[in-house]
Design a protein around this ligand. Structure first.
Ligand SMILES: Nc1ncnc2c1ncn2[C@@H]1O[C@H](COP(=O)(O)OP(=O)(O)OP(=O)(O)O)[C@@H](O)[C@H]1O
Length: 318
């Protein structure tokens, strides 16, 4: 049931530009984790490092006992078979039909015959709601459909780990809700370990088991959803509640004058923690915990009104 990814002391820079330093976290097997952070904090760089497309300066990424950061090319090739990746734009080949795009990894990485490939492609296209659109070209469909086609392609090799980069970029709120429900349903069905990079606060508050926040060249916090949604840590609190008051400014960090101007400003109370999105068939996720379980176990009083009902995005000001 999914595979754990253990990230230890990971550091990455490009020339003299430090992206992040000493990042350590464990993505629990079979759970959904979301990574947040202001633009340019290196979320996509992290995804690329996890799959071995970028090499860190220091640190390790341990998957099933192998360190991605230091393994041989042959080992990396093996480990990559465990991954499915959904890039921001779906990364479709423009001149190929959706069918051929989705079939591509099977034709490249397996010896399966066309009959078997057809069965798998049709099953995955059905799973993402694209049955009937097989012969369309990527340019003929909407952004949401392209993302779903990218997801079908990411699924054909039955990944144990799914890395998803900004699935909601360019999608309207309704399409975003549909794709989020699809992730939760898929997670329940295939038990893979999911890491989703997003800017969408509503997604981050309702989908994951765990949330991480990259800020100012380090990992500010990573842990269970309830831990971050009840956190009073200024950066976490500001980002997860989409507030202007706090250390994060327009150009990442506020300067001393901006912070001084905020002194004495009372912070609004933390909004209620919403219920987690459940699989649409009503069967709980394998990693599902009772609402409020983390808060109770850790003696944290959740914000008033938490876990009563699904909270609408407007209730948290997004
Ligand atoms: N191959 C590369 N060579 C040099 N610099 C790079 C490379 N890839 C990324 N960067 C730099 O790393 C920084 C982080 O980029 P990244 O795309 O990971 O940010 P992000 O947090 O995903 O941003 P956004 O939320 O806007 O998508 C940026 O300053 C970017 O220019």
């Amino acid at each position: 049931m999914g595979i754990e990814i253990k990230i230890e002391h990971l550091t990455k820079s490009f020339g003299r530009q430090m992206i992040w330093d000493d990042v350590s976290l464990t993505l629990p097997a079979g759970e959904i984790s979301v990574m947040l952070g202001p633009s340019g904090t290196g979320k996509s760089v992290l995804l690329k490092t996890l799959i071995g497309l970028l090499k860190p300066d220091r640190g390790s990424v341990i998957i099933e006992g192998t360190d991605i950061a230091g393994c041989s090319r042959a080992e990396l090739f093996e480990i990559r078979q465990l991954f499915g990746v959904l890039f921001q734009d779906g990364a479709m080949f423009g001149s190929m039909s959706l069918y051929d795009n989705v079939a591509f990894p099977l034709r490249e990485h397996t010896n399966k015959g066309e009959t078997e490939i057809r069965g798998i492609v049709m099953e995955k296209m059905d799973l993402v709601g694209l049955k009937g659109a097989e012969m369309k070209l990527p340019g003929e469909i909407s952004g949401g459909m392209r993302k779903r086609a990218g997801l079908a392609r990411a699924l054909v090799l039955d990944p144990e780990i799914l890395l998803i980069d900004e699935p909601d970029s360019g999608l309207d709120p309704v399409r975003t809700s549909f794709i989020n429900q699809l992730f939760v349903d898929l997670n329940a069905q295939i038990d893979a370990t999911f890491l989703i990079v997003t800017h969408d606060i509503h997604t981050a508050r309702t989908i994951p088991d765990n949330i991480g926040l990259l800020y100012h060249r380090h990992l500010a916090m990573f842990g269970p959803r309830e831990m971050l949604l009840s956190s009073q840590e200024p950066v976490v609190r500001q980002f997860l509640n989409a507030q202007r008051v706090g250390p994060i400014g327009m150009s990442e960090e506020k300067d001393a004058d901006e912070l001084a101007a905020e002194e004495g400003h009372e912070l609004p109370p933390l909004p209620p923690i919403p219920l987690q999105l459940e699989p649409s068939n009503g069967i709980p996720r394998r990693s599902q915990r009772a609402p409020g379980e983390w808060c109770r176990a850790n003696g944290v009083v959740p914000p008033a009104g938490s876990f009563t009902d699904s909270i609408s995005p407007s209730a948290i000001g997004v």
